[in-house]
Ligand binder design. Structure first.
Ligand code: NDP
Length: 318
């Protein structure tokens, strides 16, 4: 296989709001960043429809269009954006080594990781068919579209409990589908759910199919796995809250992460345990997971990278 080598000051991995914001700041600071987009250029937002909660878009904007705007802004300042995926990294020495598409090795003084997280789905064809047309993996993003309507949400962890409570403030009825006879969520969260009158908890309930009229969701077909009885619950919206998987497989053994694979950063910064490697966006944030918080931490990572390079170039004598 051919082996080309290239050296860069700043390599950005990932092209969601965190990666693009890091690119805008790094490019304007003249770090001449190169970005590898990953296989899903634009990240999770390219799979959504309307985004109404990102400041600066008073009329809202479609997710894919917003990511196009991010890309154009990053390119305007000279970011070299390349389609490709990072197949492995070696952070054991500086400069850091990054292998692209299994063939090309790049060395980098700083690496900004913005590889995001992937929402877990149930794996039903109907779930994909109605994704963006009544099916969503983010209540905070899409709950508003179901104001005054009936919705269902599947999951039993803290996210499902929190999102069910959030939806209950907007929607008429929230059907919470729990596959076992108990929650995984913390006691406080569960108490909050049980104290909310318009949340109906369906225990021992599995989702069989999301039903629709070809355009929108109309109901969800469920199975009670204790009684073996199937039934349809009429809903306009269906939310999946069964967890996320951070995209960190290639960093295993190289960077500190928690037990679920989220990268650990020094509090109040984007610094990882390896010098010159920074992490921003959902890959290091299991709590907020918003485009605007990802963008904010993307900005932080570029500033952290810039300061790191400046300190290396002009070390302060002790
Ligand atoms: P979790 O992994 O904690 O929970 C996932 C839930 O989804 C489980 O209850 C699981 O059921 C259920 N589930 C998985 N697959 C299916 C399926 N195919 N069908 C039906 N149900 C399914 O993920 P969360 O996103 O809830 O939380 C992730 C982490 O973030 C946790 O550590 C959590 O504590 C934390 N968090 C904290 C918050 C806070 O403190 N404010 C808010 C949100 C998250 P089962 O229980 O049967 O396995």
């Amino acid at each position: 296989m051919s082996q080309e080598n290239e050296h860069v000051q700043c390599l950005i991995i990932g092209s969601g709001p965190a990666g693009y914001t890091a690119a805008i700041y790094a490019a304007r600071a003249d770090l001449k960043p190169i970005m590898y987009t990953g296989m899903q250029a634009g990240g999770q937002l390219t799979q959504t429809t309307d985004v109404e909660n990102f400041p600066g878009y008073p009329q809202g904007i479609m997710g894919p269009e917003m990511m196009e705007d991010f890309r154009k802004q990053a390119e305007r300042f000279g970011t070299d954006i390349r389609f490709g995926y990072i197949s492995s990294v070696d952070f054991s020495s500086t400069p850091h080594k990054i292998v692209v598409d299994e063939i090309k090795t790049i060395t980098a003084d700083t690496v900004i990781i913005a590889t995001g997280a992937t929402a877990k789905w149930l794996g039903l064809p109907s779930e994909q068919q109605y994704n963006g047309f009544g099916v969503s993996a983010c209540a905070v993003c899409d709950g508003f579209f179901f104001k005054g309507q009936d919705v269902a949400i599947v999951g039993a962890g803290d996210t499902a409990a929190e999102e069910a409570t959030y939806l209950a403030k907007l929607c008429k009825t929230v059907h919470l589908l729990v596959r076992r006879d108990e929650f995984r969520a913390s006691k406080t969260m569960v108490s909050r759910v049980l104290a909310t009158p318009n949340i109906i908890v369906h225990y021992n309930t599995e989702t069989l199919e999301i039903l629709g009229n070809g355009k929108n969701v109309t109901a969800v077909k469920v199975l009670n796995n204790k009684t073996n009885v199937e039934s349809d619950i009429e809903v306009e919206g269906f939310f999946v809250a069964i967890g996320h998987k951070p995209n960190t497989d290639i960093f295993k053994g190289q960077l500190d992460m928690d037990e679920t694979g989220y990268l650990l950063t020094k509090p109040g910064s984007t610094l990882t345990n390896v010098e010159g490697v920074f992490a921003c966006g959902d890959v290091q944030d299991m709590y907020y997971r918003q485009a605007v918080t990802a963008a904010g931490s993307g900005c932080m990572s570029a500033l952290d990278a810039e300061r790191y390079l400046a300190a290396k170039e002009h070390p302060i004598e002790a």
